[in-house]
Ligand binder design. Structure first.
Ligand SMILES: [Mg+2]
Length: 252
């Protein structure tokens, strides 16, 4: 939302925008029998104390140390995204020992990061409340399922999701934006896509949800993330999980 004037018209327009967000959100929440959560972002900030950029740099350096510098393009080396590095190597050497070793190194880094992961504000009570009102929850993530289980156990939230944790496997070409982990969750839970809601914080979550036919709720912790989601076509985006929790508790 942008506003360089405080005229009555603008205020009314802003209020109307807020109302329509609440209506869209209310409808999305009311319809959801099954909630599919992306992990890093909506549930916690996994690399809060342990930067994902540094992990990406270390993976690149490890490849360079083995003389495999040429496997990555300059753009991939500069991406500072561990999943970009992993997928790039997988595309050139699918299913190789090299890919498996890189994936294991990333999992180790993610496991280390869980110790300092920051819970997303309102995520814990939202997860408990959604479970209490009878919705079924799953995690659909590009992170390692081991990492998700460890984090959820540390918060006492494992039972809210068990056994529905669908994360990175050796089939790296099926990471989101591929809808594979969403489809796995829907199949295992016997849920129709339209009865579900995906909560995600990146365009690839939105693309995966669209491909799976699952309604999407964007979570954007800052304006930059919101812009990326909106540009990707996400219509319902919240900057905090608090309004979702209030809706479930009947306070909004
Ligand atoms: Mg995420």
């Amino acid at each position: 939302m942008t506003s360089d004037t405080t005229s009555d018209t603008t205020q009314t327009e802003l209020a109307a925008e807020d109302d329509s967000l609440t209506d869209d959100l209310r409808e999305a929440v009311a319809r959801a029998r099954v909630v599919l959560w992306d992990f890093d972002g909506p549930i916690c900030a996994l690399f809060a104390g342990h930067s994902a950029e540094r992990v990406a740099i270390e993976l690149v350096e490890w490849l360079e140390g083995r003389g495999l510098h040429g496997l990555l393009t300059e753009a991939e080396r500069q991406s500072l995204d561990p999943h970009v590095v992993l997928r790039a190597v997988d595309r050139r050497h699918p299913g190789s020992d090299l890919v498996e070793e890189l994936e294991q190194r990333l999992t180790q880094e993610e496991l280390r990061a869980t110790e300092r992961a920051m819970p997303t504000p309102y995520a814990d009570p939202l997860i408990r409340t959604w479970t209490a009102v009878g919705s079924r929850l799953a995690v659909a993530t590009n992170n390692s399922p081991l990492v998700v289980r460890q984090y959820l156990a540390s918060r006492g939230l494992g039972a809210c999701f068990a056994p529905h944790i669908y994360g990175r496997t050796r089939e790296l070409s099926r990471l989101k934006p591929h809808p594979h982990c969403l489809n796995q969750a829907l199949n295992a839970m016997g849920a129709a896509p339209s009865s579900a809601l995906m909560i995600g914080d990146t365009p690839s979550d939105h693309l995966a949800a669209r491909e799976a036919g699952v309604p999407f709720l964007g979570y954007a912790r800052n304006e930059h993330k919101e812009k990326l989601l909106r540009d990707a076509g996400a219509e319902v985006v919240v900057g905090s999980l608090e309004p979702v929790l209030k809706l479930l508790r009947g306070q909004a």
